[in-house]
Design a protein around this ligand. Structure first.
Ligand code: G16
Length: 543
């Protein structure tokens, strides 16, 4: 086996976005592309000589080939050991857990998350650090710089490693440990949640349906929900991970998980429905006849987490991304614990979690998690809901009703305008940025602007500053509009418009969501001239 140093040229401007680098699969498959990016990561983290790393991915097309390339490059760069999920599979939260449990120096996760998979779809690669969390901004900037100057990578010329069975093998001088992707993760879930209580709930006739969307959570959900907790066989649907996710879009929201929504809104709906995404870090929660928004879910979980053994002592604080509704803030305020507003991206929760300032975090983009790992965690959210349902012995709808009657309701929706030419989307944002000072005090749809800014965040732990994280427009009646450009798309720009309207506990709690938000939608159009800039009369996706 020989180490080859391959002369290459920079892959200019490969800037990891909200969560790693995402590109069309064919871009990743180009000659030298993946190799260059992996070597750039290795250079940016100061090499991997003698280090232990974790490797796994969501099983999408090119996952198996990319794993072999990453192993060869790690071996050529002197890594001591790589711990790999069987068949190079690991969900994102399971990878985060393995990094922490095995005190590894970091890990490579192959995923483009909720983006479709396939030769003509998307691929992605992210690097998580020794705390198990996504690379912070400072590291992604170093990786980006390195992609611009890289001239060579090192790779071992050797056969593929057989990753199909748990056990130990080697590549050059590097050890490869192949592990069952589910076992450690399932053990962690058993520590946090009251499995006996959930089992009793299910034995009592409570029914559930979990849609794995042909993505990585299939084997995790089948083992935990069906085998360990006793949910009826077949409760987990679309449970086999496929390289193209069955041609679907593994994004757990009412639009892409419409199959599940139909069942849950139908006559014979089970008591509880849930779905997860490509790499298992996102979640969608649905009760019989009721969809729970991710923002509301975070608030309900924060208010009820003490029902689970892992959170019996209460929470140290709660964090949410800026566009997430303020429902969780109301829970934190009442409980007298800290609440934090961070930019979009799980990486911004890392320092708060490491410092013990927050226990629960969440994002409007269907991500919820806690300090048990350093990633959002789809199945964890499902299990916490089940634990709460088992303890409270109420339906999802009744729990939501009680919550709103106690805290008020933050009506919430996100409107996405996809594949907008980047210059048009930037023109919209630039024009808004230039008008922020003028907006204050102005009236739109009968609502008065209280404050408007371009969100900047100073991390309370390391004091790093992230600027231009989205435009916030707050109204005196508690309504809010946020506009930002997605950091995870692979085609043009996606404009996200986040809309929120608050009704106090004694206000109107039963309005259809889009009706409740109609004045906010009208104000957003008037302020941002969305139709004119995007050339679209309506959003492509409304969640
Ligand atoms: C990623 C990040 C999330 C973030 C989301 C935002 O999600 O991990 O923390 O909320 O991107 O996406 P966008 O920039 O498109 O609004 P995931 O699930 O794609 O890894």
């Amino acid at each position: 086996m020989t180490v080859t140093t391959v002369t290459t040229s920079p892959i200019d401007g490969q800037k990891p976005g909200t969560s790693g680098l995402r590109k069309k699969t064919r871009v990743f498959m180009q000659r030298h592309f993946l190799e260059n990016f992996v070597q750039s990561i290795i250079d940016a983290i100061g090499g991997v000589e003698g280090k232990t790393l974790v490797l796994g991915g969501d099983g999408r097309f090119f996952n198996d080939r990319a794993a072999q390339v990453i192993l060869r490059i790690c071996a050529a760069n002197g890594a001591a050991k790589v711990i790999v999920g069987r068949d190079a599979l690991l969900s994102t939260p399971a990878a985060s857990n393995l990094i922490r449990k095995r005190a590894a120096d970091g890990g490579f996760i192959m995923s483009a998350s909720h983006n479709p998979g396939g030769e003509n779809a998307d691929f992605g690669l992210k690097f998580n650090g020794a705390n198990g969390g996504p690379a912070p901004e400072s590291l992604t900037a170093r990786i980006h710089d390195r992609t611009r100057e890289i001239t060579q990578y090192r790779i071992l010329e050797t056969q593929d490693a057989d990753l199909s069975q748990p056990g130990t093998t080697s590549m050059g001088g590097m050890e490869i440990e192949i592990v069952d992707p589910v076992a450690d993760y399932a053990a962690l879930m058993e520590q946090i949640f009251d499995f006996d209580a959930i089992r009793t709930l299910l034995e009592g006739g409570f029914t559930l349906r979990f849609d794995a969307m042909h993505a990585v959570t299939g084997p995790y959900a089948t083992e935990i929900l069906e085998n360990r907790l006793g949910a009826a066989e077949g409760s987990v649907v679309n449970a086999t991970p496929l390289p193209d996710f069955g041609g679907g879009h593994p994004d757990p929201n009412p639009v892409w998980a419409d199959q599940l929504m139909k069942v849950m809104m139908g006559r014979d709906a089970p008591d509880f429905g849930a779905a997860s995404d490509g790499d298992g870090d996102r979640n969608m929660i649905v009760g019989r006849g009721i969809y729970v928004t991710p923002s509301d879910s975070l608030a309900v979980l924060a208010a009820n987490a003490h029902h689970a053994p892992g959170y019996m002592a209460g929470l140290s604080g709660v964090a949410r991304s800026m566009p997430t509704s303020r429902a969780a803030d109301l829970v934190a305020e009442k409980a007298g614990i800290g609440s934090y507003e961070t930019p979009t991206g799980w990486k911004f929760f890392g320092n708060l979690l490491d410092a013990g300032k927050v226990t629960l975090c969440g994002e409007e983009s269907a991500g919820t998690g806690s300090d048990h790992v350093r990633e959002k965690d789809g199945l964890w959210a499902v299990l916490l809901w089940l634990n709460i349902l088992a303890a409270r012995k109420q339906s999802v709808a009744a729990i939501m009703r009680d919550h709103w009657e106690e805290y008020g309701r933050n009506y919430y929706s996100r409107h996405d305008y996809e594949a907008v030419p980047a210059e048009d989307a930037n023109a919209l944002m630039d024009r808004l940025r230039g008008r922020l000072d003028d907006l204050k005090g102005q009236e739109f749809s009968g609502m008065t602007v209280e404050a408007a800014d371009d969100f900047a965040y100073r991390d309370p732990i390391d004091e790093s500053v992230a600027e231009h994280q989205g435009i916030r427009i707050a109204f005196t009646d508690g309504s809010r509009i946020v506009l930002r450009l997605s950091g995870t798309g692979t085609e043009g720009a996606t404009l996200r418009v986040y809309l929120e309207r608050y009704q106090p506990a004694d206000g109107k709690l039963d309005l259809p969501v889009q009706d409740a938000l109609s004045p906010v939608v009208a104000a957003a159009e008037e302020i941002a001239q969305i139709r004119k800039h995007t050339g679209k009369d309506a959003p492509d996706v409304t969640t």
